[in-house]
Design a protein around this ligand. Structure first.
Ligand code: AKG
Length: 211
């Protein structure tokens, strides 16, 4: 999707679109707004989420062996928006006020609606998420994913499907909003790799709309 198409519906009174940066990735449509939340508000939100979210520490089975997931997570959404991945079933918690507030701000910024959000809590640089695409069938053909980051800056890396040497890295800072849309999930995978030097926590809120 071009920037013009993404913002075709934005009224003239909306904030200037130049606050969005396009991330150059062939076949993908990825946009970043580094100034989505002011740093102070983002840091406050980080502390609040760490305290109030009933974090789950799930286990996954890899080659028949059970492992702790290398991060904590939680799932919020509209009633009935159950999320199942890698054998983990997540019933949606009702929208907490601070999360609903972020959702509303993301909806205003993107002019899209979201009915669920996955929260990932990376306690420090040892916590990660491995290579994957957000391509569950319920997300439709061109999933629109809006991802808010609060806390320490982490590398978000992408690799082209079918050409894994083609990689790029985007640094996701405190208060940033990353949007992936169009064919991004069909053509690229993403990950948050381990970074031993990173000592602080980060929470990521990935808003989705399941059909
Ligand atoms: O933490 C991030 O920025 C990425 C999270 C992610 O890939 C996901 O929730 O699918």
């Amino acid at each position: 999707m071009t920037q013009a198409a993404l913002f075709a519906h934005v009224p003239a009174s909306a904030p200037p679109v130049h606050r969005w940066e396009a991330i150059a990735a062939t076949g993908a449509s990825i946009w970043l707004r580094r100034d989505f939340l002011p740093p102070q508000a983002a840091t406050k939100l980080l502390g609040r989420l760490i305290d109030v979210v009933p974090w789950r520490h799930d286990k996954i089975r890899v080659f028949g062996k059970e492992h702790d997931l290398p991060r904590l997570q939680q799932w919020y959404g509209d009633p009935g928006q159950v999320y199942v991945w890698s054998g983990i079933e997540m019933q949606p918690l009702p929208w907490a006020p601070e999360i609903a507030k972020v959702r509303d701000a993301v909806q205003r910024a993107t002019k899209r609606k979201f009915n669920s959000v996955l929260l990932n809590y990376y306690r420090d640089g040892n916590d990660t998420v491995g290579w994957h695409s957000d391509d569950e069938p319920g997300l439709g053909l061109d999933p629109f994913i809006a991802s808010v980051s609060v806390g320490v800056e982490r590398d978000f890396v992408l690799r082209r499907i079918g050409d894994p040497k083609r990689q790029l890295s985007v640094s996701l800072s405190n208060g940033s909003l990353l949007v992936m849309s169009g064919q991004t999930q069909a053509t690229w995978q993403h990950a948050v790799p381990r970074r031993k030097r990173v000592k602080g926590p980060r929470v990521n809120l990935t808003f989705r709309e399941f059909e």
